[in-house]
Design a binder for this molecule. Sequence first.
Ligand code: AMP
Ligand code: FE
Ligand code: FE
Ligand code: ZN
Length: 297
Amino acid sequence: MSPRIDLHTHSTASDGTDSPTDLVVAAAAAEIDVLAITDHDTTAGWREASAALPPGMTLVPGAELSCVSESGAGGANTAGRRISVHLLAYLFDPNAEGVVTEQRRLRAERRSRLRTMAERMAADGVPIDPDELLGALPADAPAGRPHLARALIDAGLASSVDEAFASYLGGGRGYYVPRSDTPVLRAIDMINDAGGVTVLAHPLAYSRGPTVSLATIAEMAAHGLTGIEVDHPNHDQPTREKLRALAAELDLLPTGSSDYHGTNKDIPLGAETTDPDVFADLVSRATGCGVVAGAAG
Ligand code: AMP
Ligand code: FE
Ligand code: FE
Ligand code: ZN
């Protein structure tokens, strides 16, 4: 039987509900042979997932980088607009200078952005203490609005994270400050320089907001992008066909993945998978770090 390969999953190192250990245990139960761990903007889960790997399973260290495309979008009314894009990065050296420097910049930016949001609230009479908020942030995870949501709940101002987003953390109330994500072409360079490979995550997931144009994907391909996620739960059949044709045209590797988030989403591990030959091609192009094989039993 050909191996089952799922190249996009999240753990509690970002916004999944399974610890890295539980993630690989769940993957074994789902008869996954090759699992990539791709937490948002962090490699913090790699070590634990590697240590928990059962015999016969292969782990692909990765991350899903929050990026911005400045080349405009596909739909109407979006020309020239900055589009948020997710870039899957695999098998890069997490200690490469470019990666470390960018992570440090993003972490600092996220903290000061959260402080500004808290200060705007405090100035408006919302009982949130910016110093207290900053002091309580985890040292090892990117700070984000979910932390401020938690503080609002603790202060009795919201009853759930969703309510905190709806009432305080969206664009409506004037507290929101945008993130300063990495420009996607810079992120592609950074991962290539770190010996890794990049795959554009859910390129045409319309339900998530504005998406990039096919011309912008071609621009990324010319810039050294390795693949695009074709089979993703947010892509319908015509979208997959369009992306498969684009991958063939641009010589991009077409991957498939579940984007598993534990109980935060309904999609099970292995709901979408990657062709073994495509996976072998992907691995052959990476030099930053190796895949991790579960110790033989
Ligand atoms: P940030 O990265 O600081 O802009 O915060 C966005 C993060 O908050 C996303 O990764 C979401 O997973 C999380 N989040 C949780 N609940 C919500 C919600 N109701 N609306 C938007 N984002 C949410
Ligand atoms: Fe997520
Ligand atoms: Fe994503
Ligand atoms: Zn994801």
